[in-house]
Design a protein around this ligand. Structure first.
Ligand code: NZQ
Ligand code: ZN
Length: 392
């Protein structure tokens, strides 16, 4: 077991109608002028944005708005947001939406609070010294960005998708009303459940530092999301299932399920980020498409964890060799993905990269991780290419 830092400063307001508290929360955290940042329009269609602006108007809080954060959010809009905030003297950011709107807002926050090009942070050239304070109204349970230290941005030039991690961007508050997720397309609900599970699985499949308490939390979370993902697949309006998944999404990525470990593996995410950058696929679906190939490539080097996962999460029968059990666990994950309409390979994901494109992704991925990375098994560029090929 390793020592750890657990830092989750985000105030969580969870439950029905909680978005009505947004003005009080902004005031509590000192916001005087707000940028409301959102995505492609779902918050307009649902009426949420209007409710939010009405609440701010009633509370006398001035604001400007910037929509247009796309899935795999673009650097160009981040620059636009930075300019707007500077021009309007914005001192507080309110992201209303899913991970893309939140991540884009975090990047804007870095850009306003630091000199120079904000991409430098995502390009690992320097560290941010500050970030504008940020609040969130979450509409999609998936990334955990509402409590995480992470922001993932795609630079259009070269389609480079990179994450930058710093405690500075952890939101001051996160309003989580599970009802707001009822308007999601079924595909996005399934993508979200996949992403949530992956955030904990990335931390689970390690070769260093595991704690019984962390494993118990992780396995309980994974079983809960697996069960409720299936419930939502059949009954998308189920409030209880929406609530279970939403809270799991935050706990899966706020650090809780990694305490004591070596930090996790994260290679499925790194491999997916290249897919997201190049083909603009939904993040959760990209993870599902790559995971099985990753798992089969690494499981022998992390056998005790794969066995434990198969038994305690996927609930496969405890018979046969450890390898048999581990492999049946991997198959059970793929069956689960299929049951919620998630892809288990790149073709099902809808992309068919050429050999050159596979090599390009492996090369970019290797650069992105500084050569090699992984805990279940350390992967270099050749291994990354092999996994991409296997996922065809
Ligand atoms: O853009 P709008 O119109 O809002 O529509 C979105 C978008 O089309 C829609 N949507 C969201 N809430 C909705 C809704 N539609 C109807 N009703 C609602 N209530 O769903 C689509 C996907 O939204 P997006 O925000 O892109 O999805 P997600 O939350 O999965 O975010 C994905 C991004 O986050 C990054 C991913 O790589 C990807 O770029 N990640 C961020 C992380 C973090 N910051 O900690 C960690 C993750 O591992 C991940 O990498
Ligand atoms: Zn993710």
């Amino acid at each position: 077991m390793f020592g750890f830092k657990y830092y989750t400063p985000t105030k969580v307001i969870f439950g029905k109608d909680t978005e009505s508290q947004v003005a009080d929360l902004i005031k509590e955290f000192g916001g005087k002028k707000v940028l409301i940042h959102y995505g492609g329009g779902s918050v307009i269609r649902s009426g949420l944005l209007k409710r939010v602006t009405d609440t701010l108007d009633a509370a006398g809080i001035p604001y400007v708005s910037l929509g247009g954060a796309v899935p795999n959010p673009h650097l160009g809009l981040v620059y636009e947001g930075i300019e707007l905030c500077k021009k309007e003297n914005v001192d507080f950011l309110l992201a209303v939406g899913g991970g893309s709107a939140i991540d884009s807002a975090k990047a804007i926050g870095y850009g306003v609070a630091n000199e120079g090009d904000v991409w430098d942070f995502y390009d690992y050239k320097r560290q941010a010294k500050a970030c504008l304070p940020l609040g969130v109204i979450l509409t999609l349970a998936a990334t955990g960005s509402e409590m995480s230290d992470s922001s993932v941005i795609t630079k259009e030039d070269g389609l480079v998708k990179r994450g930058y991690n710093s405690d500075l961007c952890r939101p001051k508050f996160a309003i989580m009303n599970p009802e707001l997720t009822k308007t999601l397309p079924d595909y996005q609900t399934s993508c979200g459940c996949t992403d949530i599970m992956m955030h904990t699985m990335e931390r689970y499949f390690t070769n260093g530092g595991n704690m019984e308490i962390t494993d118990a939390l992780a396995e309980g979370l994974l079983r809960t999301v697996k069960k409720n993902a299936v419930i939502l697949h059949d009954d998308p309006q189920n409030y209880e299932a929406r609530a279970e998944v939403m809270w799991a999404g935050s706990l899966a990525h706020n650090g809780l399920t990694g305490c004591g470990s070596d930090g996790g593996d994260w290679m499925t995410h790194k491999l997916e980020h290249e897919l997201g950058g190049l083909y603009d696929v939904a993040h959760g679906a990209g993870l599902a498409a790559i995971w099985g190939s990753w798992a089969r490539y690494v499981y022998k080097d992390c056998l005790p964890r794969f066995k434990k996962f198969a038994l305690n999460v996927m609930e496969v029968e405890d018979s046969g060799s450890d390898e048999d059990i581990a492999l049946r666990g991997i198959e059970a994950v793929e069956d689960f993905y299929r049951s919620i309409d998630m892809p288990t390979n790149l073709r099902e994901l809808g992309v068919e990269p050429t050999d050159e494109e596979l090599a390009l992704m492996a090369g970019k991925c290797a650069i992105g991780v500084g050569g090699s990375k992984g805990s279940a098994k350390v992967l270099d560029e050749a291994a990354m290419l092999e996994i991409y090929r296997a996922s065809m």
